[in-house]
Write a protein that binds this ligand. Structure first.
Ligand code: CP
Length: 307
């Protein structure tokens, strides 16, 4: 079985079969992560460059570990120490890196569309590690893997994405992928954090967090993206927390069976209280562990495509 695409740019147009193939393949790799020697020779001879133009902890380390676990040759590019600081263009930077015979490029960039642009100027397989407000497909895939691991199946499950939807690439990738997998998807947040006409994507809208907690199986709680001006959409973080914050009291009162996910990094005391972030309802660090397996699956499936 192989993917229908050479690149992973987003989940908007990725067939359900491709999503399921990635999740099934990740199960095999997840098992490797529990072995004493967490390494297989699968991608020996494959060269991957990680192009991160925007800050990252989880995604960057997770991709790098996934590449090392698969025995790929891996190189990290960081803007701060690169010749982009001397005025080299993005296109020249990529062309020069690719001239060193790169097979896969993993890219994170603050501008939406950069991964798609890369497919036009490079022959490598491109993996989107988060582009602006647009998509973050591997985050959504690891969310789905973690939901399945805990609840068995996603089809028919009610999943609500909570918070700063307008600034979130995680929200869009989750919405596209969850709808494709047959979940009932909703969003919840202040009107100023919800894009106009979001219902047209096929999601229900909640403005009341207590109803969202009561009526859903899973909450995927998003970070308030202060670096993308999200602070201007709400009067204060304290007020946001009062009306939309996930607290143990709310979960205990409205839905003791709910599952809480968060992609990280967390603003503790804003989206979630620390009691919830570290408590019995959440699977936040399981998401991080599973992220390595999911990224191994994506790298494996793209790195072994028939030419
Ligand atoms: N979830 C996520 O993308 O985290 P990082 O920004 O740390 O990679």
């Amino acid at each position: 079985m192989s993917l229908s695409t050479k690149h992973l740019l987003g989940l908007q147009n990725l067939p359900r079969e491709d999503i399921e193939l990635i999740l099934d393949t990740a199960t095999t790799f997840r098992e490797i992560l529990d072995r004493p020697i967490k390494k297989v020779p699968t991608l020996t001879g494959t060269t991957v460059v990680n192009l991160f133009f925007e800050n990252s902890t989880r995604t960057r380390i997770s991709f790098e570990l996934a590449q090392k676990r698969l025995s790929a040759d891996t190189v990290n590019f960081s803007t701060a120490s690169s010749s982009t600081k001397k005025g080299e263009t993005f296109k020249d930077t990529v062309r020069n890196i690719e001239a060193m015979k790169i097979d896969i490029i993993v890219v994170r960039h603050q501008s939406a569309g950069v991964p798609t642009f890369l497919t036009r100027i490079s022959n490598a397989s491109i993996i989107n590690a988060g582009d602006g407000f647009h998509e973050h497909p591997t985050q959504a895939l690891l969310d789905f893997y973690s939901m399945k691991e805990k609840l068995g199946n996603i089809e028919g499950k009610k999943v609500c994405i909570v918070g700063d939807i307008a600034h979130s690439r995680v929200a869009l990738s989750n919405i596209y992928g969850l709808l494709s997998l047959g979940a009932k998807v909703s969003v919840c947040g202040p009107p100023t954090m919800l894009p106009r006409s979001i219902e047209n994507l096929g999601v229900k809208v909640y403005y009341d967090i207590n109803s969202a907690i009561k009526e859903n199986d899973i909450l995927n709680v998003l970070r308030i993206q202060l670096e993308r001006d999200a602070g201007n959409a709400i009067p204060s973080l304290r007020e946001y927390h009062k009306y939309f914050g996930i607290t143990k009291e709310r979960l205990d009162k409205y839905n003791k069976d709910i599952l809480i996910l968060h992609p990280g990094p967390i603003n503790r005391g804003v989206e979630l209280t620390s009691e919830v972030a570290d408590g019995e309802y959440q699977i936040i660090l399981d998401q991080v562990t599973n992220g390595v397996a999911v990224r191994m699956a994506v790298l494996y499936l793209l790195g072994t495509l028939p030419s």
